[in-house]
Write a protein that binds this ligand. Structure first.
Ligand code: PNS
Length: 174
């Protein structure tokens, strides 16, 4: 059975990687699909190309995982590509209500089933939004994201990280 793990992945986090790794153990093949909407491009920190490159790097060690992107309704993608099951990760009860609504709608409009995979509790507080917030102040996000995302965030906020490191160096000297 094949599955699709859809999302914005702006950027992919350790929580996403945990869910993906668990899914890859259960399903024959998992496609991680960046769902993008050209009209919403400005709302994302990373371009589609950057998100795809990060995902390619972060999933290179998983032989039955591939990376793709799609613009449109998820159910159309699932149908066009005969992709099987949708995977969504649940971190906490707070995710459930939103995810339940989407899963029901996707079944209603596209007859596609969703399987939920619980992320490990250590990732329950990690989200792409929070990681971006921490990185924008030069904070340490190395545990919360795969190495490829950490590198992309450090490049994006290079001046903030440089300033912080400079400040730390000066403190050590003084
Ligand atoms: O990582 P996210 O932002 O939680 O992912 C949400 C995503 C991209 C999977 C969802 O918004 C989606 O499927 N978008 C594609 C458009 C669509 O099919 N919308 C209908 C859902 S009812």
């Amino acid at each position: 059975m094949n599955a699709v793990f859809p999302g914005s992945f702006d950027p992919v986090t350790s929580g996403h990687m945990d869910v993906l790794t668990r899914a890859a153990r259960i399903f024959d093949h998992v496609t991680v699909t960046v769902m993008h909407n050209a009209r919403k491009q400005g709302r994302h920190l990373f371009t589609l190309e950057e998100r795809l490159a990060t995902l390619h790097e972060a999933t290179a060690h998983l032989p039955n995982v591939s990376v793709d992107s799609f613009s449109g309704l998820l159910v159309d993608y699932m149908r066009q590509q005969q992709k099987g099951i949708i995977i969504r990760g649940l971190r906490a009860v707070s995710d459930y209500e939103y995810e339940l609504q989407i899963a029901h709608l996707n079944r209603q409009i596209g007859e596609v089933e969703t399987v939920f995979i619980m992320a490990a509790t250590r990732w329950s507080f990690v989200s792409s939004t929070m990681v971006k917030e921490i990185a924008s102040y030069g904070g340490d996000i190395s545990e919360m994201v795969p190495r490829a995302s950490a590198a992309a965030l450090r490049r994006m906020f290079a001046d903030v990280y440089a300033e912080r490191e400079e400040g730390r160096g000066q403190k050590a000297e003084g």
